[in-house]
Design a protein around this ligand. Structure first.
Ligand code: ADP
Ligand code: MG
Length: 713
């Protein structure tokens, strides 16, 4: 084989009998040499211990080396079976007969006089230990000793697919690895040396065909380190860059703040005060803040952000509030105008089909979008609340000093940059998230942000009673709902997709559009059922992602106004919706949602003064499901649940589709927090020493590529 390059397509290097594997590789998304070599083993089988024939013991994993003395194949036609007996002798002259079932062709390989390794687990046959259908491998080719792949060593075991076994993969990987071009190492040698990690060439060899187990582990660590290091470099770089950028300093007098706070109908919690101080401490500087405000649903993030926004406006600047959905944007808008009633600086709502502005007492509802855009541009609107509509090209701020993004992981990097508007002065940036994320993950994913955590709920909130409802108790649950509605409460019913649609021919992914269609179907079915058969006397409404914006708004409005008793919905009500009078969250097919998502649903109730309930329905009797749902009953807070969720589902599922490129990295981070810390330290040290990567051009290129590949946030 000629020298193999990383980007060489596999068709060019895989030949002969292995060609049939190409199809399977493609299915696993393995198309180039790089894909192949980065398909790491999941574990190793230790076949390194050689035993003499006389030492063979029942039940032990072992390798025997021997010279083939004879082969003979017997056919048992009535049992459709062939048995090939291979007689071998070891160095001591002891002999052993090995039986291979249905592999008559091995006689072509295991010819008399050839030296081979045989690996397997010894079992007893007629009172003597032997190996049945062992893995075999010649140790000499044309008289030359060859390095083995399958026997007599630590043998890699890969994630397999139908038609492609670990053995097949070893056959393909070994020669490719042996002929691979020398790769350039982009991690500074000094760092590898300090951490005792192998360079990329050695790491690749050792991860597939390790000499010793410790070498395989070091190799794995080195690959984990690579990703974490790049990630932390990117984080550290972004932090540095922000320190060089300009922002409008937002100042305030203690007495002014006191006055504003005194207008609120409640006192801030200790956490709210602390996080507000952290934010105010940042935004008074003339470099942009980049902070994540984390807090459970209902912990009162919006008001904290709103207060900072208000101070920005009092300083003569503008602020923007962005939410992932129109429902949420509207809600933020109403929260703000409710809190800042006497405020006259202008709060606008800007979503795709609707615009409003509020100036103190007056609410203008029929303002044209172009007119609103003009007022934003001239600074006659202080706070703009909206969806993506806020970052459309036609919207330009006069002096945007502060921007807030709710549930920021739903916004992309590019959109964030758009908010900055390509200006020389960047807004202070606050992300808000109710998704409790374990700390290690936060450090990885949001490592470029400073963290503020609200870890308490406002006083007087009653804990929500959570119950897993057995199928036979369904009608009791309906009775309970009826009774709650009678005393004036409202109910959410969440439906998952009934089942996943069949994947289309050709193995394509199910598109989000198809998923949506199925979710809608489920909601419609449930809605009809409740409306016609279960609660004909009550007002039942429906909400799903396929409805027109105006319809959705109308339904949410009706629900908020109490004109709907029971709202049947897809997961669109997931984040942030605030209906204090809703006290029951009923979730159908609860096993189909992740814990964090269920947690978010539950957070839709318990927002008012009344005792609230979360009823989980599932048809699954599996222990695992019951246990998982049970943790929702017992977990003390969102963070605890998040940790569990992460363990149960793994980072990929946990983070959802949005985090392309992340799960792998996150997983590594979780497994070794100390490696994450090391990566962070090394990244910061390197940037301090050489911020422009003058000594490390390879690293610079690699980092740029890395940033393109992963779409963080
Ligand atoms: P989050 O955005 O964190 O989910 P919100 O800011 O929407 O939470 O607050 C949830 C509800 O709690 C709102 O109705 C808000 O008015 C109320 N609230 C916020 N802070 C407090 C507080 N300190 N005391 C009492 N109620 C509060
Ligand atoms: Mg919220």
């Amino acid at each position: 084989m000629a020298e193999v390059k990383l980007l060489t397509p596999l068709e060019e290097v895989v030949g002969g009998a292995q060609k049939r594997f190409l199809r399977h590789l493609k299915r696993m998304d393995i198309k180039t040499v790089k894909d192949l070599l980065w398909h790491f083993p999941v574990r190793y089988e230790d076949r390194s211990e050689f035993l003499k024939i006389s030492e063979l013991k029942n039940g032990e994993e072992t390798t025997i080396q021997g010279v083939v003395q004879s082969t003979r194949t017997r056919y048992l036609p009535y049992r459709k079976l062939s048995i090939t007996d291979v007689r071998i002798a070891d160095k001591n002259g002891d002999t052993l007969t090995l039986s291979f079932f249905n592999q008559p062709y091995i006689a072509n390989t295991l010819k008399e006089g050839r030296v081979a390794n045989f690996s397997g687990k010894a079992s007893e046959y007629k009172g003597k230990a032997t190996l049945r259908s062992p893995v075999y491998e010649l140790t000499e080719v044309r008289g030359k000793v060859k390095e083995t792949q399958h026997t007599g060593r630590l043998v890699p075991v890969y994630h397999e697919t139908k038609g492609l076994t670990s053995r097949g993969l070893r056959f393909i990987i070994k020669p490719v690895l042996d002929n691979l071009e020398e790769l350039h190492e982009y991690i500074p040698a000094k760092i590898l040396h300090e951490l005792g990690l192998p360079d990329v060439n050695e790491a690749l060899r050792q991860i597939h065909f390790p000499d010793k187990e410790v070498n395989a582990l070091d190799a794995l660590r080195s690959f984990a380190f690579r990703d974490l290091f790049l990630l932390q470099l990117r984080n550290a770089e972004e932090k540095r860059r922000l320190r060089e950028q300009k922002a409008y300093p937002i100042k305030y007098k203690e007495s002014d703040l006191k006055k504003i706070l005194s207008y609120l109908p409640f006192e801030l919690t200790i956490s709210q005060k602390r996080t507000l101080n952290e934010i105010l401490g940042d935004i008074k500087r003339n470099h942009p803040m980049n902070r994540l405000l984390q807090g459970d649903v209902g912990s009162g993030k919006t008001i904290v952000a709103g207060l900072a926004a208000l101070l920005a406006v009092k300083n003569g600047y503008q602020a923007a509030f962005m939410a992932p959905t129109e429902i949420l944007a509207r809600q933020h808008f109403h929260t703000l105008i409710k809190f800042f009633e006497e405020y006259e600086g202008g709060v606008a709502l800007l979503v795709s089909k609707e615009t409003k502005v509020f100036y103190g007492e007056e609410l203008e509802t029929s303002i044209k979008k172009s007119e609103l855009a003009r007022r934003i541009c001239s600074g006659r609107v202080g706070i703009v609340v909206g969806t993506h509509a806020v970052i459309q090209k036609n919207i330009r701020f006069k002096n945007l000093a502060f921007s807030v993004v709710d549930e920021q992981h739903r916004f992309g990097v590019g959109q964030r940059a758009l908010l900055a508007g390509g200006e020389e002065v960047f807004p202070h940036f606050l992300s808000m998230s109710a998704t409790p994320i374990p700390r290690t993950l936060t450090m990885t994913i949001f490592g470029n942000l400073d963290l503020s955590l609200i870890n308490e709920l406002p006083r007087g909130r009653k804990p929500i009673t959570t119950k897993i409802v057995e199928p036979q108790n369904r009608s009791k649950a309906y009775d309970f709902i009826r009774q709650q509605v009678k005393i004036g409460r409202q109910v959410f019913v969440i439906c998952p997709r009934i089942e996943d649609p069949d994947p289309p021919a050709g193995g394509d992914e199910i598109t989000s559009k198809q998923k949506l269609a199925w979710a809608v179907r489920a909601v419609k079915v449930e809605y009809e059922k409740l409306l016609k058969h279960i609660f004909p006397e009550l007002k039942v409404g429906m909400l799903h992602g396929k409805m027109k914006t105006l319809e959705k708004t109308a339904v949410m409005h009706a629900f908020a106004e109490g004109q709907i008793d029971i709202l049947v919905s897809t997961s669109v009500v997931e984040v942030g919706v605030d209906i204090p009078n809703a006290t029951i969250m009923m979730i159908e097919g609860a096993d189909r949602f992740g814990l964090s998502q269920l947690y978010q649903f539950r957070g839709r109730v318990g927002r008012g003064e009344h005792q609230s309930f979360c009823l989980l329905f599932t048809d699954s009797k599996s222990n695992a499901v019951q246990k998982r749902l049970q943790s929702l009953v017992t977990a003390k807070n969102g963070f605890e649940l998040a940790e569990m969720d992460l363990k149960l589902r793994g980072p990929g599922e946990f983070l959802g589709d949005a985090q392309t490129g992340m799960p792998d990295l996150a997983l590594k981070a979780l497994q070794s927090p100390e490696l994450l810390k090391t990566a962070q330290d090394k990244a910061e040290a390197l940037l301090n020493e050489d911020p422009n990567f003058e000594k490390y051009p390879l690293l610079k290129t690699k980092l740029a590529q890395f940033k393109r590949e992963i779409h963080l946030e």
